[in-house]
Design a protein around this ligand. Structure first.
Ligand code: NAP
Ligand code: MG
Length: 488
């Protein structure tokens, strides 16, 4: 088992407890999106052969791992958490340099990773079944939960520490072994998470990481007959494809996908709180959160005041390298993502949205080598427009004006997604209507759309998810199968 920390950020695959190069020996080099001349690190460019090997060893490790007690498995997670906590700043810095979010946000995410590990470590000692009275008075009937076997974990780049952990930790604690395929754009950071597991000394083959193109490695995971469960977070396009492939061969799957999250602000709302939360929810992480606020639905009576205060604040946002103190918003993750954001901004203008702030790439001074874009605000946006319907994944807010809460709710629900939604109001009746009628997996009252707590279920409605839930106790549903036991 390797315990050495990799200081050079040159990683290969982690298979059966060893760091080994891809069969092809090929590599992928990742650059800093704040400065595209700076190399952050490298990972293996693997092929199906490498993936097959990882699945083979994950399968071999299954029996030994599931035969441990939950408490014993939990000890490994506690150890990994301690190691990660010790390396928090180094991991966070790597995250900022690899995918761009600011250093304070990256530290927050890494700390959350540590907390998730500890939460699931404790889970190894909690109940996994029920006793159900049998009609036979001499029998004992109960349920227990058993692992799926080998679980394939496919993750996105926007939370390169938290998402791999919130999938891997429950998978492991309930006795599954895993093959993780991180997003290429966050793979170096994720490799550091794997190092923490390696140093914690998990038995060989229990956790494996294979990096490489999603269309090759992700696809091979989805199709592999020995992968019994697939947990995916990413885009709708890829998620649906994985769902079809898993269904075709009878594997269990879980998909967490996009969002187009609204905030509603009513006339009696705490205006400062609503503006602060809209900015934080919409623009932190450069809008690259599945739960980011995107549509800002304002009641007529508060529209002008809200708009004025929002624009004042947006004007003051400092955009720059996330490692620089004072940068509030970092770059887009890649040139392609930047182009996507600029494309949507053009679309917004073409379709008669009125640009109130931002709209351009920032290329001055230190920023010319990065993928920086201005925080952008549109008004006069209606539901027919592309920027009101499609996920942008960038720092773009669309203001929409309505006359009543009913109209606001209709508008808020008038998209194919249903991940997260907020309302700002002090009126209890309005809160209750929102809780009842908003079609979203997370509804938040007087709080930004992008908040998630690790001990509560997380997931979306409509096209945002496969209707399964992650995190908290909900993770048990996906990562185990129920066995009903009858004893006489
Ligand atoms: P993505 O392009 O769908 O990629 C997600 C993962 O799938 C990556 O590891 C990717 O590998 C892999 N992949 C790509 N093509 C594949 C294929 N044909 N078969 C199997 N796997 C494949 O998404 P992304 O660009 O990384 O992330 C942004 C998206 O994630 C947004 O839509 C966002 O809303 C969503 N997201 C959702 C949540 C949530 O919980 N609901 C959280 C965060 C993000 P490569 O990186 O190598 O392409
Ligand atoms: Mg992608």
């Amino acid at each position: 088992m390797t315990t050495k920390t990799n200081q050079t950020n040159q990683f290969v695959n982690f298979i059966n407890g060893e760091w080994i190069a891809a069969a092809s020996k090929e590599k992928i080099v990742n650059y800093n999106p704040a400065n595209n001349e700076e190399v952050v690190g490298e990972v293996a460019k693997s092929s199906v052969e490498d993936l097959d090997k990882a699945v083979h060893f994950a399968k071999s490790a299954s029996k030994g791992w599931k035969d441990l007690s939950g408490a014993e498995r939990g000890q490994y997670l506690y150890k990994a958490a301690d190691i990660m906590e010790r390396r928090l700043e180094e991991i966070a810095e790597c995250m900022t340099r690899e995918m761009g979010k600011t250093y304070p946000e990256a530290k927050g995410e890494t700390a959350r990773g540590v907390a998730i590990l500890r939460y699931y470590a404790g889970e190894g000692m909690r109940a996994v079944g029920d006793v159900i009275p049998s009609t036979d008075s001499e029998a004992l009937m109960f349920t227990t939960r058993v692992p799926l076997g080998v679980v394939g974990v496919i993750t996105p780049w926007n939370f390169p520490v938290a998402i791999p952990i919130w999938k891997s930790a429950p998978a492991l604690i309930y006795g599954n072994t895993i093959v993780l395929k991180p997003a290429t754009e966050g793979a170096v950071t994720c490799a550091k998470v794997i190092e923490c597991f390696a140093e914690a000394g998990l038995p060989k083959g229990v956790i494996n990481m294979v990096t490489g193109p999603g269309s090759v490695i992700g696809q091979a995971i989805a199709e592999h007959p020995d992968v019994h469960g697939i947990t995916f977070t990413g885009s709708n396009l890829v998620g649906k494809q994985i769902g079809h492939q898993a269904l075709a061969r009878g594997a269990k799957y879980q998909l967490e996908m996009g969002g187009k999250n609204p905030v509603i602000v009513t006339e009696d709302a705490d205006l400062d709180l609503a503006v602060e939360s809209t900015i934080s929810g919409g623009l932190k992480s450069t809008g690259q959160k599945c739960t980011a606020t995107s549509r800002v639905i304002l009641l007529n009576g508060i529209y002008d005041k809200f708009k004025e205060r929002l624009l004042e604040k947006v004007k003051d946002i400092s955009v720059g390298d996330g490692m620089q103190e004072g940068s509030w918003m970092g770059p887009c993750v890649s040139e392609r993502q930047l182009e996507t954001v600029l494309h949507y901004i053009e679309k917004g203008k073409e379709e008669s949205g009125k640009l109130l702030a931002g709209g351009k790439r920032l290329k001055d001074d230190d920023r010319e080598k990065g993928y920086f874009v201005e925080p952008t605000v549109f008004e006069d946006v209606n539901s027919e427009m592309t920027i009101a319907q499609e996920e942008i994944f960038g720092p773009v807010l669309a203001l929409m004006k309505v006359d009543s809460l009913e109209e606001a709710l209709n508008l808020a629900n008038d998209v194919e997604y249903g991940l997260s939604a907020s309302i700002f109001t002090t009126n209890i009746q309005q809160m209750l209507s929102f809780i009842k009628d908003m079609d979203a997996g997370l509804v938040r009252i007087n709080a930004e759309s992008a908040g998630v707590e690790l001990q509560a279920p997380f997931g979306g409605m409509k096209q945002s998810s496969s209707h399964s839930r992650e995190q908290g106790q909900a993770a048990k549903e996906f990562f185990t199968s129920i066995k009903t036991v009858f004893v006489k």
